[in-house]
Design a protein around this ligand. Structure first.
Ligand code: GDP
Ligand code: IMO
Ligand code: MG
Length: 428
């Protein structure tokens, strides 16, 4: 069976949740392989809106097995709250269909405190993190002092790990950040009820995927964030703390030859970004505000206003190169309706030269000037379009030019947030 990876091809919030939900019926397993509840994936089905942070976006399909891979960092409280909220709405989140890798790292209370304290101290140089403890949790993983979900079954080990971590965390919290020290009892007491509840959800996710393949099932790997927030390949240091590229779908879920038939990059018809960092095509004028308002560009996780700008083919080309994108699902095309003309950045000017890919030096993106191409807009409301032919000629022209510039076919065009508002395009 061939499998699918869904990757955010810009700076996150491209509409991954919608597309994963849409494609879930064709995969029997959906696995999240990185990130944590910094993610906010929106699924709108039958007029009902679901904001998912940790639970895979396949959860609304009752035959879909949802897995949390080893590459994820998980806040157990948020996970339990998300399960409860879904259960109240009639979605089954029992341990038969939702599983957590023994190796998934756990976001502890001190990770959240450190994330927020560090950002507060950065004053003018904030990354603009979500404050959910993501960075500090991945730091502990790399420092080999992290707590993992499997530790929920070994309370003595869990306690010892907390004590070990607090030796350093308390020195930082009190010495550097002027906060009070945490006690081992306090942290252990906070985690314990979640540890007990979640212990029945633990699974060897790597083996579960292998078993699914043996049974002839297909797997969808659900990315979070976006390629340009990737810790290695993104706009460092204004990035998240995990790898968002295709390769991490394998590492982050414990498989090797995943037979990836489709590597789908999700991209908005324009660009957005939350938090700090370079954004060459950003629109700081009224037009940016218009797009923000029409696109309801406010974060699902923190409610922050998203920065908005023109479509950037340099960004998308780089994502295609880094991830081997076989296709693009283009979202929010409807938001651009009514604009007289549209711009697409086709290259950058950097130090007097035209470049097709982002320059590699840190900070270089602050010094590029986008080279724009201008295309005519369209006035029609396209939210009811059902087929490629239903789209106005100029909308089709825009999509065609965009795929030409990034070199990857656009196979899906999304014209509204609902499952139904998706055009699947025949190629050839
Ligand atoms: P994700 O993090 O990539 O899953 O994306 P988010 O859920 O954070 O943000 C995407 C937002 O756009 C959500 O509010 C979606 O409901 C909405 N959305 C997705 N596709 C479309 C579309 O084609 N048109 C419009 N207007 N909204 C969309
Ligand atoms: P989804 O999966 C958009 C951004 C934050 C900040 C930077 C680092 O919904 O697309 P972190 O808390 O991860 O240390 O913050 O990354 N960020 C996102 N931006 N969508 C996301 O997820 C994001 N997850 C993190 O705003 O700039
Ligand atoms: Mg999001």
């Amino acid at each position: 069976m061939s499998n699918v990876v869904v990757i955010g091809a810009q700076w996150g919030d491209e509409g991954k949740g919608k597309i994963v939900d849409l494609l879930s019926p064709s995969a029997q397993v959906v696995v999240r392989f990185h990130g944590g509840n910094n993610a906010g994936h929106t699924v709108i089905a039958d007029g009902e809106k679901y904001a998912l942070h940790l639970i895979p976006s396949g959860i609304l399909h009752k035959d879909c097995l949802c897995l949390i891979g080893n590459g994820v960092v998980m806040d157990p409280q948020v996970f339990c709250e998300e399960m409860d909220a879904l259960m109240l709405r009639g979605v089954d989140t029992g341990p038969d269909r939702l599983k957590i890798s023994y190796k998934t790292h756990i976001i502890m209370p001190y990770h959240k405190l450190l994330d927020q304290a560090r950002e507060a101290m950065r004053a003018g140089a904030k990354i603009g993190t979500t404050g959910r403890g993501i960075g500090p949790c991945y730091e502990d993983k790399a420092a080999r002092i992290g707590v993992r979900a499997g530790d929920f079954l070994q309370p003595d080990l869990l306690r010892r790990k907390i004590a070990r971590a607090l030796e350093e965390k308390n020195a930082l919290l009190t010495g550097l950040y002027g906060q009070k020290a945490l006690s081992v009892d306090e942290v252990f007491g906070e985690i314990r009820p979640y540890a007990e509840r979640l212990s029945v959800y633990l699974e060897d996710v790597s083996t579960a995927i292998g078993d699914a393949w043996k049974a002839g099932k297909s797997v969808m790997f659900e990315g979070a964030q976006g390629v340009h927030l990737d810790i290695d390949h993104g706009t460092y240091p204004f990035v998240t703390s995990s790898n968002a590229v295709t390769a991490n779908a394998l590492t982050g879920s414990g498989v090797y030859n995943a037979n990836l038939g489709r590597i789908i990059g999700i991209a908005k018809a324009y660009c957005t970004r939350v938090g700090s960092g370079p954004f060459p095509t950003e629109l700081l004028d009224d037009l940016g505000e218009t797009i923000r308002r029409k696109g309801a560009e406010f974060g699902v996780t923190t409610g922050r206003a998203r920065r908005c700008g023109w479509h950037d083919s340099v960004v998308l080309r780089e994502s295609a190169r880094l991830c081997g994108l076989t296709e693009i699902a283009l979202t929010k095309l409807d938001v651009l309706s009514g604009l007289k003309e549209l711009k697409i950045a086709k290259a950058y000017e950097y130090k007097g030269k035209i470049v097709d890919f982002p320059p590699q030096l840190e900070g270089a993106l602050d010094d590029v000037t986008p080279v724009y191409e201008t295309l005519p807009g369209w006035d029609e409301d396209i939210t009811g379009a059902k087929s490629w032919e239903d789209l106005p000629e100029n909308a089709r022209l825009y999509v065609r030019r965009l795929e030409e510039l990034c070199g990857v076919p656009v196979v899906m065009v999304s014209v509204g947030p609902d499952r139904e508002q998706t055009i699947v395009r025949a190629h050839g």
